[in-house]
Design a protein around this ligand. Structure first.
Ligand SMILES: Nc1ncnc2c1ncn2[C@@H]1O[C@H](COP(=O)(O)OP(=O)(O)OP(=O)(O)O)[C@@H](O)[C@H]1O
Ligand SMILES: [Mg+2]
Length: 281
């Protein structure tokens, strides 16, 4: 299998001696081209550090990141690698306040495309993210969700194989957050970009192909997401009501306001789809 990204024993230690922090502690991760992956885990578990390593923003203490089979440590021109292969979207969009939306989108194309081509591409990208009517706006004249969409357009400027997004919906309300996720889905489907998205939001995570859960600098577990409905069932199965439905006598179900037939149908659904779908479990 040719992986887009493979990390081998990826380790990042900050400080040394007693003070050493193992921000990443031997992470082995493989990402297929075209995957949309959520990275979850508590604060301080190493999610941002992982993204920074994969995007060549930081250097491992030990281990490797292979990008399309090539060891990042052996790439001489990191700036060019980042500009052409990786798009970044951060929690705070990091747009340049004095540049308009299209000018911001043009920034990563500078040095790679002529001014005319940059302008054309930035317009296309802004149209693609639904901001075709915001061509003269400065960042502070846009809503939070619109700014984040400009940041996505900017991340896609050079059509990178990989987009790294660190809590892109973190500062958005649920509607704007959903719009942004819909956009990432669309881009993933239509353009085939691979996405690694850090999120604390289980609703965002269940809309991806795979969830990687980090803890203490390691991958604690991985879940394959088969369909959002299945994920909802899985969540519901572990809820108080789900448990009661599965565990109680048919007669008791009446106390829950559920008829015996409804109970049987729900049980069947929960039993067939609600089980963990991870291979090997
Ligand atoms: N530049 C640094 N110097 C020292 N320690 C750092 C540095 N950057 C991160 N760390 C430590 O590494 C660990 C992992 O940090 P990281 O930012 O990757 O966590 P995270 O999972 O992204 O958390 P959050 O959800 O809060 O963003 C933390 O314990 C953090 O304190
Ligand atoms: Mg972080």
């Amino acid at each position: 299998m040719d992986w887009l990204i493979e990390t081998r024993d990826l380790t990042r230690i900050y400080g040394d001696g007693d003070q050493a922090i193992h921000a990443l502690d031997g992470v082995n991760l493989q990402v297929r081209k075209g995957e949309l992956i959520a990275v979850m885990g508590p604060s301080g578990s190493g999610k941002s550090t992982l993204l920074n390593m994969i995007g060549a923003l930081d250097v491992p203490t030990r281990g490797q990141v292979l990008f399309e089979g090539q060891d990042l440590a052996k790439i001489r021109n990191k700036d060019e690698f980042r500009a052409l292969k990786v798009g970044f979207v951060f929690q705070l969009h990091n747009l340049i306040p004095t540049l308009t939306a299209p000018e911001n989108v043009e920034v990563p194309m500078m040095g790679h495309l002529s001014a005319g081509k940059r302008r054309k591409r930035s317009r296309e990208l802004l149209e693609m993210v639904g901001l075709g009517d915001r061509m003269r706006h400065l960042p502070n004249q846009l809503s939070g969700g619109q700014r984040q969409r400009v940041a996505v357009a900017r991340a896609l400027a050079n059509n990178p194989a990989l987009v790294l997004a660190d809590e892109p919906t973190g500062n958005l309300d649920s509607v704007a957050g959903q719009d942004l996720m819909d956009l990432l889905h669309k881009l993933n489907r239509e353009q085939g970009n691979t996405f690694l998205v850090v999120t604390h939001d289980p609703i965002v995570a269940r809309q991806t192909d795979r969830v990687i859960v980090m803890a203490d600098g390691r991958i604690e577990r991985e879940d394959l997401i088969h369909s959002p409905l299945e994920e909802d069932l899985k969540m519901w199965r572990h809820s108080g009501l789900g448990k009661r439905l599965l565990e109680s006598d048919p007669q008791d179900l009446q106390s829950l306001g559920v008829t015996a037939e409804q109970g049987a149908a729900l049980r069947e659904l929960l039993d067939s789809n609600g089980k963990s779908t991870l291979p090997g479990q």
